[in-house]
Design a protein around this ligand. Structure first.
Ligand SMILES: Cc1cc2nc3c(=O)[nH]c(=O)nc-3n(C[C@H](O)[C@H](O)[C@H](O)COP(=O)(O)OP(=O)(O)OC[C@H]3O[C@@H](n4cnc5c(N)ncnc54)[C@H](O)[C@@H]3O)c2cc1C
Length: 452
């Protein structure tokens, strides 16, 4: 039996974007219903507890200093932020040799470091030429969208080690390979976050702080405020619209409304069946925005033993499954938690292997970077976002070459009664929680303007 529900606005997806849109609409007095496929809210923000009760984020965790929307919301909802542990030296593992360094860029060979700094500055400068609301209007849009980030690195960075380091940075930001990404997209994304170092840094950058008790609390508190307006366990399968209104259809529920906000990554929005069918440009856009690939892995130890050796817990490596690590130990100082990312091609390859193989490979990497004590975790926790039906990969959807300039205008443009939200549609901090919130606010404004 199909249950019918009426609202003025239907929001599909209870990630940060959908919840923020609904929050803004509810605060403006509009009757809104949020329909969520999973049995939980938060989407790509998901906190689990270890067996000893420590909250660990499987998805998004960090907030940077210029992510003001997220900071304001967290404060309003009473979710505290705490600085990422960043005291001591970082590990650089290169060519099988481990060394230590300070700051953001491993400086072994000064010529390599100079090339990395130069390329970072050049890309950040080029990025400022990309209009955030219309990247296809950048003066060099056609040229930049016709090449990948890898071809730019190949043509502009001469040393292999510098290229490897920059590749590591790109993998860490996009969980995709430089060859997958349009150069124009890399520049847009860089501008949207304020500059490459803003995206990469801990101090002063996107990894500066995390949320005590996990970032999903923010979603849970937004959902608690919305109360019965949020409906879980209901994948929307189809959207129908006509002159009378719009209907979001799940297997057992139909929500009828005047307007709908689809707050999904484009590739998931493309899986819904639309009646009437969407214009080709929108449909073809959603065929061309894949998600990155990341497996987030965490090992729990009795103590953060690396701190005793003056290490931050941050490592950068040119080999192994895990090439980037962080210290995720909770504020009280125990248990010790090391976090690693298996990203891009490594995520694709290791995702096909067994859990046991992955755990062995991860522990091997941690031991190479932080010593033999890393071989004995109390607990190994991993989360592979490519395996998630209602996410399909992470951190975000990205543009391969040619997509921004050919289909970019279809990313946010409403179609009839349908409005698009989700971090992929953000102009500021695209791909991040802050961008998701911005997109939700923008979609809510559009709908408020359109409601009769
Ligand atoms: C491992 C990882 C680490 C990250 N780290 C950070 C970080 O440190 N800082 C940061 O700011 N960002 C980070 N991000 C990115 C951040 O999580 C996202 O930018 C943000 O959460 C996206 O929110 P959203 O609402 O746009 O999309 P989503 O969170 O994907 O929300 C979409 C919602 O729609 C639901 N849904 C899907 N299909 C349907 C359907 N058919 N019907 C109904 N509902 C449906 C989904 O279940 C989901 O709840 C990270 C992401 C991952 C995965």
């Amino acid at each position: 039996m199909q249950i019918e529900r009426q609202a003025r606005v239907a929001v599909v997806g209870a990630g940060f974007a959908g919840l923020m849109a609904a929050r803004a609409l509810a605060q403006a007095g509009a009757d809104v219903v949020v329909i969520e496929a999973r049995d939980r809210v938060g989407g790509r923000v998901y906190t689990r507890r270890t067996t000893s009760g420590v909250a660990l984020d499987m998805g998004a965790h960090w907030i940077g200093p210029t992510q003001r929307r997220l900071a304001a919301l967290a404060q309003e909802l009473g979710v505290a932020a705490t600085k990422t542990y960043n005291t001591g030296r970082n590990v650089y593992y290169h060519g099988g040799v481990r060394s230590l360094y300070d700051g953001a860029i491993p400086i072994g060979d000064p010529a390599v470091a100079a090339e990395v700094v130069q390329a970072t500055l050049t890309l950040s400068l080029m990025a400022t030429e990309v209009p955030l609301d219309a990247p296809w209007n950048a003066p060099n849009a056609a040229e930049w969208d016709a090449q990948t980030c890898a071809s730019w690195l190949g043509a502009n960075v001469s040393s292999q080690e510098a290229r490897n380091l920059l590749t590591l940075g790109i993998q860490a930001i996009f969980s995709a390979e430089p060859r997958d990404l349009s150069l124009l997209h890399v520049l847009f994304y860089t501008h949207s976050g304020g500059g490459l170092m803003d995206l990469l840094n801990v101090a002063g950058g996107a990894q500066e702080s995390g949320f005590v008790g996990g970032a999903q609390q923010i979603a849970k508190r937004m959902a608690a405020d919305l109360g019965e307006r949020v409906i879980l366990d209901t994948p929307v399968r189809a959207i129908e619209q006509d002159e009378r209104g719009v209907r979001a259809l799940g297997d057992t529920l139909t929500v009828s409304a005047e307007r709908a906000i689809i707050a999904l990554p484009p590739t998931l929005a493309g899986r819904l069946r639309y009646t009437p069918a969407l214009p080709g440009a929108r449909d073809q856009l959603t065929q061309r925005m894949p998600m990155g690939t990341v497996i987030k892995v965490q090992c729990v130890y009795p103590t953060p033993f690396w701190r005793d050796e003056g290490l931050t817990g941050q490592a950068s490596s040119d080999s192994g499954a895990v090439r980037i690590t962080f210290d995720m130990t909770p504020d009280q100082g125990a248990p010790g938690v090391l976090l690693g990312f298996i990203e891009g091609d490594k995520g694709r390859a290791w995702g096909r292997r067994s859990l046991e193989d992955r755990q062995a490979a991860v522990v091997d990497c941690f031991a190479r970077y932080f010593g033999e004590q890393a071989r004995q975790p109390l607990e190994y926790i991993e989360f592979s976002w490519a395996e998630e039906e209602f996410t399909r990969g992470c951190y975000a959807g990205y543009m391969p070459p040619g997509v921004w300039t050919t289909f970019g205008e279809a990313l946010r443009a409403p179609i009839g009664r349908l409005h698009w939200a989700g971090t992929e549609t953000a102009t500021v901090w695209n791909g991040y929680m802050d961008g998701a919130l911005q997109s939700g606010e923008r979609a809510a404004r559009e709908v408020m303007g359109a409601l009769t």
